[in-house]
Ligand binder design. Structure first.
Ligand code: GDP
Length: 294
C-alpha cells in the first residue's frame, strides 16, 4: 500500500466503501441520492456533490464508477507545469510563505517542507515570522534542530517583517536555494493579520523583486466547510498559490480537497498524513482519486 493509500484510508472506508456498494447495484434515483449523500458526508459540500452527481448521471459514454471518477478529477484546479516553488534563478532563493489559522499544522508543515526540499538537495533556510506567540518560535526552533536546518528567529513580539528581511539577508549570505517562512495564524484582530501578511509580502517584494514568492495555505482537513471560508479570506488577502491539506490521516472527510480546489481554483500540492517529519506527501489529483477508489 502506498503512503497516499494509507493517508486516505479513513476517507476511503467511509466514502468509497459506500460508493462502491451503491455503484454495484441498480442505479435508480434513490441510489444516486445516496451517492450524493456520501459525497456530502466526505465534506464536498452540498452544491458540489449535486453537481458531481448530475454530471455523472448525464454521462452515457462511461460506466457509473468511471463517470463519478471523471467528474471528481474534473474539479481539480490546473497545475503549473514549471514546478513549485518557483525558482527565480540568478542566485535569488525561492520563497515559500506558509499561512493559515493556528492549530492547523502550519509550523509542522514548515518543518516538513524544509526537510523535503533539503532531501531533494536544496539549501534550505527557515524563518520564524510568527512572533505573536513565543511558543511558535520555540516550536520551530525545536523542529529546525531536529531536521538540522538553519533558522532565523527574533524574540517574541518582534516585527515579523523584520524577521523576514533578516532571513532573506541570511539566505543571500548563505547562498540558500529556498526560504520557508512560518507566519502568525492569529493576531489581535483578523484585519491585523491580513495587514501583516500584506506587509510581509511587500517586504519580500522590496528585498527580492524577482522572487515571486509562493503562498501556501495550510488547511486542516478536519475543519470541513469552515476551513473553506478561512481559505477564501486568506486568498483574498494574500493570493494563494498552493494548499497543504493537513491531518488527512485523522479524518474521513478528504472530500474537502475537491471542494477547495473547485472553490478557489488553487491546487492542493501537499497533504499531511501524520505528525512525523516525513509525513508530508506530494498531492497528485489522479493518484488521490485512484487511492480513494483503490
Ligand atoms: P500551527 O499552530 O498551525 O503551527 O500547528 P502545529 O504545527 O503546531 O500543529 C498542530 C498539531 O497538529 C500538532 O499536534 C501537530 O503534530 C499536528 N499535526 C500537524 N500536521 C498533522 C498531520 O498531517 N497529521 C496529524 N495527525 N497531525 C498533524
Amino acid at each position: 500500500m502506498s503512503d497516499l493509500d494509507q493517508g486516505v484510508a479513513r476517507t476511503r472506508q467511509s466514502f468509497v466503501g459506500r460508493l462502491r456498494g451503491i455503484l454495484g447495484g441498480p442505479l435508480d434515483d434513490a441510489a444516486w441520492d445516496e451517492i450524493e449523500e456520501t459525497l456530502i458526508a466526505a465534506d464536498m459540500g452540498a452544491g458540489l456533490a449535486s453537481r458531481v452527481v448530475e454530471g455523472a448521471r448525464a454521462r452515457r459514454d462511461l460506466e457509473p464508477e468511471l463517470a463519478v471518477k471523471n467528474e471528481l478529477i474534473g474539479l481539480f484546479a490546473p497545475r503549473r507545469t514549471t514546478g513549485w516553488p518557483h525558482v527565480p534563478g540568478n542566485g535569488t532563493p525561492a520563497v515559500v510563505l506558509v499561512i493559515g489559522v493556528n492549530g492547523t499544522g502550519k509550523t509542522t508543515t514548515v518543518a516538513k517542507l524544509g526537510h523535503r526540499f533539503s532531501k531533494l538537495g536544496a539549501k534550505v533556510l527557515l524563518a520564524a515570522a510568527d512572533t505573536f506567540r513565543a511558543a511558535a518560535i520555540e516550536q520551530l526552533e525545536a523542529w529546525a534542530k531536529r531536521v538540522d536546518l538553519p533558522l532565523v528567529a527574533h524574540a517574541a513580539g518582534a516585527d515579523p517583517s523584520a524577521v523576514v528581511y533578516d532571513a532573506l539577508d541570511a539566505a543571500a549570505a548563505r547562498d540558500s536555494d529556498v526560504v520557508v517562512i512560518d507566519t502568525a495564524g492569529r493576531l489581535h484582530t483578523k484585519s491585523n493579520l491580513m495587514d501583516e501578511l500584506a506587509k510581509i509580502r511587500r517586504t519580500i517584494g522590496k528585498r527580492l523583486p524577482d522572487a515571486l514568492p509562493e503562498v501556501l495555505f495550510v488547511l486542516d482537513a478536519t475543519t470541513g466547510q469552515n476551513g473553506l471560508s478561512q481559505a477564501r479570506a486568506f486568498h483574498e488577502a494574500a493570493g494563494l498559490t498552493g494548499i497543504a491539506l493537513t491531518k488527512l490521516d485523522t479524518t474521513s472527510r478528504g472530500g474537502i480537497a475537491f471542494a477547495i480546489e473547485d472553490a478557489l481554483d488553487v491546487p492542493v500540492l501537499f497533504v499531511g498524513v501524520g505528525e512525523k517529519v516525513d509525513d508530508l506527501l506530494e498531492f497528485a489529483p489522479n493518484d488521490f482519486v485512484e487511492a480513494l477508489f483503490a
